[in-house]
Design a protein around this ligand. Structure first.
Ligand code: HEM
Length: 557
């Protein structure tokens, strides 16, 4: 409230501009001094990281100006450059320490740490955390599996895995995925061929509709309230990856004492209200469905029942948390997979041809089939054929996830001091039997990661570095994942972690992958797709996205 009043006063024109600037400057100075004091309390460790290259910034603030101006992906990129073959570098941001670990063996070691040693949020009791997961938690309302730690996590993961990563449950969801993919693709061409569509919007809408149907029996989830789910999801995604909400939060919570730790700000509360209204509307749909003649249990209810909820009525705590999380997660990852695949296939007509041949082979035209009791001509998608008989499709998606990992980086905040064991090995290949990948780490003493340090790991770097992938590291070559004509796999295959690694890796990727595959196959089966323009750019924000909209011209095949 005070912030809003100050802001209103300063922008009302009643205070001279110079006074306003001086006043704001004073607040920022006050904030930075407190930031230095508080952060130094949480990361007091002297000597920072002996022997590890430092990305130097400006006095006192360190890399903060770079972080605020260019974003964290840029800071990570610079640390990777200076860290080189050592696989590790650091930067001070005021007196927080950001570390980049970017050598596969070391990354696996950090991602393998249990929660008590390293977690996504770290200690948030000071009200300050650079971790985007801390901002995310305030926006989507308390906890989700992303920030849970402790013994309960294992049970939660197993429930998710059963529901989204198991063959049995994805096979059950397959008819819904295939039906919605057909409906959405057909909807792209209401009147005439040659129409241009925004493929990002189209694929996101499919994904939102799919989640709506699977969770709540609401396939029009993408249309309700003029596409509110997509807008909300975009807002959450962009705010979570932006450092400013963390700074403003700290200013309001720790300096001005306007909030208790973890309490959302006014704008975060408004966002939460919007989320609640979307979920409330979806819950009414679910209740309607459950009171109807259909006996099939929707996924959200199933998640609820598996975690102690009753078969009707309010959801279990776990299922409610997932409903919140789902507003942010799940849509973009499916949509982006499709968009990058279309961009790259558009750039490589030979690879598009090879994929089309495979699609046509598994979806013969003029197949006589029965739909709603009538014999119709058409094509159909079959679970077994998509999952077993489409190796090229699989290779295309794997290559898309290599070059464009939607989650391009992650972080862990150290909760305790821990030795990075890999750094005690010396130069050479495959030191000990701990790691299969070549490593060039050369160091005389091991690195000790200290409590409070924030360790970033760039999946995108691991996926595209020349030293792991060879000379054609940046090229789109799905064939690298297939055997050659002699049945040999000759190309070097480096580290692949698009779905994370270790005890907190992705629990939903198989569902996401089958959804992206089915939509892609359906789109390419129905239309000749021509990507418009060549410069789509690449934006490393919270997720890895194209920098510009991707328009495609569609002609019926
Ligand atoms: C192409 C699609 C997807 C990609 C690229 C992706 C990627 C990832 C990655 C990289 C992580 C690990 C993050 C880290 O190391 O900190 C992760 C974790 C997670 N993912 Fe996914 N994901 C996808 C789809 C999904 C779907 C559909 C769900 C919904 C069920 C989901 C739910 C989660 C959850 C809950 C976690 C946290 C798990 C834990 O902390 O134990 N993901 N995902």
């Amino acid at each position: 409230m005070i912030i809003t009043s100050i802001y209103e006063l300063l922008t009302s024109g009643t205070v001279p501009v110079v006074t306003a600037k001086l006043f704001l400057g004073l607040i920022v100075l006050l904030f930075l001094i407190t930031l230095v004091r508080v952060s130094s309390r949480s990361t007091r460790h002297g000597g920072v990281l002996p022997g590890v290259p430092e990305l130097r910034g400006v006095p006192i603030l360190g890399a903060l100006p770079m972080y605020l101006r260019k974003g964290i992906p840029h800071v990570i990129g610079r640390m990777i450059e200076i860290g080189g073959d050592g696989g590790i570098a650091y930067a001070n941001v005021v007196s927080s320490v950001l570390v980049s670990v970017h050598e596969p063996a070391l990354v696996k070691e950090v991602l393998g740490f249990p929660d008590e040693i390293a977690s996504r949020e770290g200690d948030t009791s000071t009200g300050m955390s650079w971790s985007p997961f801390w901002t995310l938690r305030r926006m989507i309302g308390n906890l989700s599996l992303f920030n849970y730690v402790g013994p309960e996590t294992r049970h939660q993961r197993s429930v998710f895995i059963r529901e989204f990563n198991s063959t049995k449950s994805n096979r059950e969801k397959f008819p819904t995925i295939a039906r919605l993919a057909k409906q959405h693709c057909a909807g792209l061409l209401p009147q005439k061929s040659g129409m241009v569509a925004d493929i990002r919007l189209a694929a996101d809408n499919f994904a939102i509709s799919l989640w709506g149907d699977v969770l709540y029996a609401n396939p029009s989830n993408h249309l309700d309230d003029n596409g509110k789910v997509r807008t909300l999801s975009n807002t959450i995604m962009h705010l979570a990856g932006d450092p400013w909400p963390a700074i403003w939060y700290y200013l309001q919570q720790a300096i001005l004492g306007l909030l208790s730790p973890g309490e959302p700000t006014k704008s975060e509360s408004l966002l939460r209200k919007d989320i609640e209204s979307v979920i409330g509307r979806n819950m009414s749909r679910l209740m309607q469905w459950e009171s109807g003649p259909n006996r099939e249990m929707k996924t959200l209810r199933s998640l609820s029942v598996q975690t102690g909820g009753s078969p009707t009525g309010p959801l279990s705590k776990f299922a409610t948390e997932f409903a919140n999380l789902n507003l942010f997660g799940g849509h973009h990852s499916i949509g982006l997979n499709v968009v990058w695949a279309i961009i790259e296939l558009g750039r490589h007509p030979d690879k598009m041809r090879r994929l089309l041949d495979e699609i046509d082979a598994v979806t013969p035209q003029d197949l006589d089939k029965e739909e709603d009791g009538e014999q119709v001509k058409g094509w159909t998608l079959d679970w077994t054929r998509v999952t077993n008989d489409m190796p090229y499709l699989d290779a295309v998606l794997t290559e898309v996830n290599r070059l464009y990992p939607t989650v391009h980086a992650t972080l862990r905040v150290m909760n305790k001091d821990a030795i990075l064991k890999g750094t005690s090995h010396h130069t050479g290949k495959n030191p000990g039997k701990r790691e299969e990948l070549p490593t060039t780490i050369s160091r005389t003493e091991p690195v000790i990661l200290r409590k409070g340090m924030i360790v970033y790991m760039s999946y995108w770097h691991l996926h595209t570095a020349k030293k792991y992938w060879g000379e054609d590291n940046k090229e789109f070559i799905p064939e690298r994942f297939l055997p050659d004509e002699q049945g040999d796999k000759k190309r070097p295959v480096g580290p692949l972690m698009s779905f994370g690694y270790g005890p907190r890796s992705c629990v939903g990727y198989k569902f996401a992958s089958i959804a992206a595959k089915v939509y892609l196959v359906t789109l390419l089966k129905m239309y000749k797709v021509e990507v418009q323009g060549t410069e789509h750019g690449m934006k490393l924000g919270t997720l890895l996205e194209p920098g510009n909209p991707v328009a495609v011209a569609l002609t019926t095949r």
